[in-house]
Structure formats: structure tokens, C-alpha cells
Ligand binder design. Structure first.
Ligand code: LLP
Length: 430
């Protein structure tokens, strides 16, 4: 990220502090976030997508400070549970700037959203529409709704984070006609305000084609609805999913490039269809929070393992693992790692960074070349830990979750404190 560099001693620094200073103050494992960098990424989206609504996807990383920062930079907030909504409200985010997602929102979650008046609820099923009608009648509300659609696009990413092909749980199918029926049902109901269509095709996507196809298909649905009812819906949301670089092989687009490509397609498609360009919005999460933090670990053990053919690999075990970053184990995600606390002139050794959990799949970085003199006590940094790391952390093996700290102008602030064994024991009331 922006303020991260190596100093004269080969030590990694962030915002003027060395990683050793940070480790001394907050311990490891820890997530270390560059506040300026995250704010800058939020601003870059706001300015590249000028005139659009930009909703930061809180599922990638959410705490009160981050909610405040992104909204201060002009963004709205996408939440997908009552828990995320509670964080946003605790941070003082204006409910009108919040969108609520979820394929199985509970009565409590919908009730809370209606009571506080979230700006939009993205509807995902007929059962949810029924529930919304009942609850908005009880509470005398007129919620603003968007319809999540399935565009049938095959996004080129891991199956578990791909959401626009037909055979998955999210959305109303355009091809199957359910999307048009849901739009009609909401439109015809006097209590419900239909504001538009929503599409999210998946996550960590580099290829612009999927976004282009999804955009065309949603616009055609938008135009067909206008044709049928005489009403052009005011809004269209294209979701998030813009990929980031975890390794040097990844080549993400800039927000500017994405905005130019999308604006061009939308202008052309709307002209062809004879409809006005609706108010557009997106929901980037990873591409704002991801690159802004690295995970900092201390090496505990180093083991050399002989491989077939005479080669060998160093298993470098750190004081964290799949409980603070499940992505490698779950999606075969690729990460890089770097020796952060000192310079080394030792040659590169094929290495695997592993955690302290009781299973072989507990891998943080599958393949990396680390200096062959890597040893216990060294600090290791894993970049790209801002998104879907803390937010997906678990307590597997009763390992307390690491803190999220931010650094700005040489000062460390704790955003989320380190969990303690006592925190965990406090839940164990049997
Ligand atoms: N909008 C909707 C409706 C979403 O479902 C998501 C992500 C986003 C926006 C934000 O997507 P982003 O810009 O962050 O890619 N745990 C997985 C990612 C799951 C994403 C789920 N939805 C991972 O670690 O790769």
C-alpha cells in the first residue's frame, strides 16, 4: 500500500514506523492497516465513478473506523447482515446511505432496516418480498427496494465466489423470467417502492467481459420493464468484484479504467434500447480494503522438508494461520510473503508459510521464495490482508483473533483489539 516501504536496514516500514516497533507495541499476529491508503482508494472510486453511487462492501472489512472513513470520503455502505448494519449504525453512518443485502434476511434484520430507514434493501427471493410486505404494513413503512438478478454470466473466478451463473443461491433469474415477475410484484404493490435492478457477478474478477455482459443483460431487463409498464426505473447497481493484485502475476484495472469501460457500454446500450441512463452504482469491497493492510506474523519454527527429486522446501510456521486468513485453504488463493524485520543476503529458498493450526491445509502462502536464513523471531508480512481476512477470521483451535491496527503519521491506533482467551472462555457458559 501507499505508505509502505523498506528502510535503510531493510526493515519494512508503514507510515514512518518499523514493523518491529509495531510488533513490540501490539504483538503478532496482527493486521496492519494504512489509513491514508484506504481513504485514497475510496476517494479514487468516488472520483473515477463521478456521478455514480459508490457503496463500500462492508463484508470485506468492517469496523466503526472503516465505516467512518469511507463515508467521510463520500461513499455509501453495503451491509449484508444485522451485525454489519449494527456496526454501520454504531459508527454513525446515515441510514439513507446504507444498502442491505442478504439472501435470507431474518424478520429481525428486516425490521431493524425498516425502523432505521435504510436507503435501499436488495431483495433476493419471493419469500423475502412476502415478509417485506407484512413487516412494512405492520410498521407503516414504504421501503425502497432493488431486485437482485442472476444474469447467467460465468465469471472467471473461484466457483465459491462466483454469483451470476444460474445454478447458485443468489438472485432472481433473468432467463427464467423470475426477475421480471419480481419487479412486477414490487412495482404493483402500493407499499413498496421499486428503485431498480441489482447485479453482482462475483468477486476477484479481472476480466471486463463478465461485467459487460451482465450490464447489457440488466439494461435489457430495465428496458423491457419500461416497455411493459411505461416506467423507467431510476437506478441500476452493478455490484462489486473488481480484482486486486495478491501476487505479481495479477494485473487489476484501475477504477478509472473500469469507469470508462462501463460508462461507454451503458451509454451505447441505453441509446440502442431507447432508454435514459439510470442512476448507476457499484459496491467495491476488496479493491478498497484489500491492498490497504498486511498481516504481520512472527516466525516460530522453520523446518526443512525434502521433496521428491532431491529438492527441499522450508516450512515456515508463524503465530497465526487459517483462523486469521482462510482464503488460501478455502479458495486456493495465492499470496506473497516477505521477510519484514531485517535485510538478508542469504539466497532464496523455496518456502511455504504455514500457521499453528492442527491440520495440514493450514497454509497461508503456498509457494514463496524466502531468504534461506529465515529463522525464529523474524517478522513476516503478507500483503493484501485488508479484505476477507479479519472479516472471515475464526476461533478454530481456540486461537484468539488478531487485532486490526491502523497507522497514520507515525501513530498506531487500535481499531479492533486483540481477542483474549478470557473473551473466548466468557462464551463458554455450560
Ligand atoms: N456486492 C455484493 C452483493 C456482494 O455479494 C459482494 C461480495 C460485493 C458487493 C463486494 O465484492 P468485492 O468488491 O469485495 O469483490 N470471501 C470471498 C469473497 C466473497 C465476496 C462476496 N460478495 C473471498 O475472500 O474472496
Amino acid at each position: 500500500s501507499k505508505n509502505v516501504a523498506k528502510d535503510g536496514n531493510g526493515e519494512l516500514t508503514i507510515g514512518g514506523l518499523t514493523v518491529s516497533q509495531i510488533a513490540d507495541e501490539v504483538g503478532t499476529a496482527a493486521y496492519v492497516l494504512d489509513e491514508d491508503d484506504l481513504r485514497q482508494r475510496a476517494r479514487d472510486y468516488a472520483s473515477a465513478f463521478d456521478g455514480w453511487g459508490v457503496y463500500y462492501a462492508g463484508k470485506s472489512l468492517l469496523c466503526k473506523a472503516v465505516a467512518r472513513w469511507v463515508t467521510e470520503e463520500g461513499l455509501g455502505l453495503d451491509v449484508c447482515t444485522g451485525g454489519e448494519l449494527a456496526v454501520a449504525l454504531a459508527a454513525g453512518v446515515d441510514p439513507a446511505r446504507i444498502g442491505l443485502h442478504g439472501n435470507n434476511k431474518s424478520v429481525e434484520e428486516i425490521t431493524r432496516a425498516l425502523e432505521v430507514g435504510v436507503g435501499r434493501i436488495i431483495v433476493d427471493s419471493d419469500d423475502e418480498i412476502t415478509r417485506l410486505i407484512e413487516l412494512s404494513e405492520q410498521l407503516d413503512k414504504h421501503p425502497r427496494l432493488m431486485v437482485r438478478v442472476t444474469t447467467g454470466v460465468e465469471a472467471h473466478t473461484h466457483e465459491y465466489i462466483s454469483t451470476a451463473h444460474e445454478d447458485q443461491k443468489f438472485g432472481f433469474s433473468i432467463a427464467g423470467g423470475q426477475a421480471a415477475a419480481a419487479l412486477r410484484r414490487i412495482h404493483d404493490h402500493p407499499r413498496l417502492q421499486l428503485v431498480g435492478i441489482h447485479s453482482h457477478i462475483g468477486s476477484q474478477i479481472f476480466d471486463a467481459d463478465g461485467f459487460e455482459v451482465a450490464t447489457r443483460r440488466t439494461l435489457r431487463l430495465h428496458a423491457a420493464f419500461a416497455e411493459e409498464t411505461g416506467v423507467e426505473l431510476p437506478e441500476l447497481d452493478l455490484g462489486g468484484g473488481f480484482g486486486i493484485a495478491y501476487t505479481s502475476q495479477d494485473t487489476p484495472s484501475t477504477p478509472q479504467q473500469l469507469a470508462e469501460a462501463l460508462n461507454k457500454i451503458i451509454a451505447a446500450e441505453c441509446a440502442t434500447l431507447g432508454v435514459a441512463v439510470p442512476h448507476l452504482s457499484i459496491e467495491p469491497g476488496r479493491s478498497i480494503s484489500g491492498p490497504s493492510a498486511f498481516a504481520l506474523y512472527t516466525v516460530g519454527t522453520v523446518k526443512q522438508v525434502l521433496l521428491d527429486g532431491g529438492a527441499s522446501r522450508l516450512y515456515v510456521a508463524v503465530d497465526g494461520g487459517m483462523s486469521d486468513n482462510i482464503r488460501t485453504a478455502l479458495y486456493a488463493a495465492e499470496y506473497s510473503a516477505t521477510l519484514a524485520s531485517r535485510r538478508s543476503d542469504a539466497g532464496p529458498a523455496l518456502s511455504r508459510v504455514v500457521g499453528k493450526h492442527c491440520e495440514g491445509g493450514d497454509i497461508l502462502v503456498r509457494d514463496e521464495f524466502l531468504p534461506s536464513d529465515i529463522r525464529p523471531g523474524d517478522l513476516i508480512a503478507v500483503p493484501g490482508a485488508g479484505a476477507y481476512s479479519r472479516s472471515m477470521a475464526s476461533n478454530y483451535n481456540h486461537v484468539p483473533r488478531p487485532p486490526m491496527v491502523s497507522v497514520r503519521d507515525g501513530r498506531i491506533s487500535t481499531l479492533i483489539r486483540r481477542e483474549s482467551i478470557d473473551d473466548l472462555l466468557a462464551l463458554d457458559v455450560g
